[in-house]
Design a protein around this ligand. Structure first.
Ligand code: URA
Ligand code: SF4
Length: 190
């Protein structure tokens, strides 16, 4: 994104339309559907994952497969309505065999997530896992996990990727308590 970006002439709808037909990187060749972000377009809380998985690629919606269930469960435990948040990914097309997105793919796709952040303008951006963390923040995932970092005038919170905690009760509890702690912060700011 350059400094000439003008959010007043852009919109979340427009980002989604561009994503659906995007061919800026090789991931377009493998997808069934590109997966734009979804949710409230002026949400106070935004979640950013890594990349769509198989279910997301089929349904063209983010976090609707097994990782999505973990996220939904954590949102429910925190008393957060999924429709009140905005959920997106670093890359919008599923990498083949669910491999990690490559650096050049992330680079090609990054303008979309940057526009989503500026347009939604959330109070807190929650980074789900290492790919989202390492793409948007400097420093180490390990040091930032379960913590807030202010970057570019915006508050970022880093936690595990929900797919990473699926089979580990201890990590899943940490994940849930992280989401609850974000909810508490947002309530105290209201
Ligand atoms: N994992 C992600 O990072 N994003 C999704 O949308 C689904 C699974
Ligand atoms: Fe475009 Fe991003 Fe999909 Fe690549 S991953 S084709 S940059 S939407």
């Amino acid at each position: 994104m350059d400094s000439l970006y003008d959010a007043s002439s852009d919109s979340i709808c427009r980002v989604a339309e561009e994503v659906r037909v995007c061919k800026r990187c090789r991931l377009s060749e493998y997808r069934s559907n590109a997966v734009p972000g979804e949710g409230a377009d002026s949400a106070k809380l935004m979640f950013i994952g890594e990349a769509p998985g198989r279910t997301e690629d089929m349904l063209a919606r983010p976090f609707v497969g097994s990782a999505g269930k973990v996220l939904d469960h954590a949102l429910a435990r925190a008393g957060i309505d999924r429709a009140s948040v905005y959920i997106t990914n670093i890359v919008k097309c599923r990498p083949p065999m669910n491999r990690r997105p490559r650096r050049d793919e992330i680079h090609s796709c990054m303008q979309y997530v940057m526009r989503e952040i500026m347009l939604v303008d959330p109070k807190v951006v929650c980074l789900l896992g290492r790919t989202a963390h390492d793409t948007l923040l400097h420093g180490s995932f390990r040091e930032h996990r379960s913590r807030y970092v202010k970057h570019g005038g915006r508050l970022f919170f880093t936690t595990y990727h929900p797919a990473y905690v699926i089979y580990n009760n201890k990590l899943r509890e940490i994940f849930v308590s992280d989401i609850i702690s974000i909810k508490m912060l947002l309530m105290s700011n209201d």
